[in-house]
Ligand binder design. Structure first.
Ligand code: THU
Length: 160
């Protein structure tokens, strides 16, 4: 009989007052970053904030381009800029949020596949899990304990 492999993914569903103070600050920084996104084509504003091992924070937002594929998502903008400027700082958490330019409220933010792959690269590199905090529906937040929970069966350096 064929065997099956089951993957268990745990997502904490939390209200704002159930987040730690630092998580609330990270989400607030991600929201500020979203407000500054350069997204004149989609008008979909995405912000990402990273909490580093020394508890400092670093942010990024989506950067669009008239040549559409030349743009970049918020998560990768933040991660690449961090890695370029502080190549050895470990990341404790990434917070992601989004909103439409025409509306003030923030929307559930689900990182695209390419951003999950990039997050997985840095998690593998640092050898310690990166928590993922996502704006969820209805004023809730989703907290995942590792990028591996966002991207099971990931392709890493080990597979080369
Ligand atoms: N976007 C992000 O910044 N992050 C994601 O994970 C998904 C999509 C951006 C890319 C583009 O500027 C806009 O959202 C619409 O797709």
């Amino acid at each position: 009989m064929a065997s099956e492999l089951n993957i268990h993914i745990c997502i904490d569903v939390l209200s704002a007052d159930e987040l730690t103070q630092q998580e609330r600050e990270a989400m607030s920084l991600a929201q500020q970053a979203a407000n500054d996104a350069y997204a004149p084509y989609s008008n979909f504003l995405v912000g990402a904030a990273l909490v580093l091992e020394d508890n400092s924070m670093f942010k990024g937002n989506n950067q669009e381009n008239a040549a559409y594929p030349s743009g970049l998502c918020a998560e990768r903008t933040a991660l690449f800029a961090l890695s370029a400027n502080h190549p050895n700082k470990k990341i404790k958490l990434i917070a992601v949020t989004a909103r439409r330019r025409s509306e003030q409220h923030f929307l559930p933010a689900m990182p695209c596949g390419a951003c999950r792959q990039v997050m997985a690269e840095y998690e593998y590199k640092q050898g310690e899990p990166i928590l993922v905090l996502l704006q969820g529906p209805e004023d809730k937040f989703y907290r995942l304990r590792s990028v591996a929970d966002l991207l099971p069966f990931q392709f890493t350096k080990e597979h080369l």
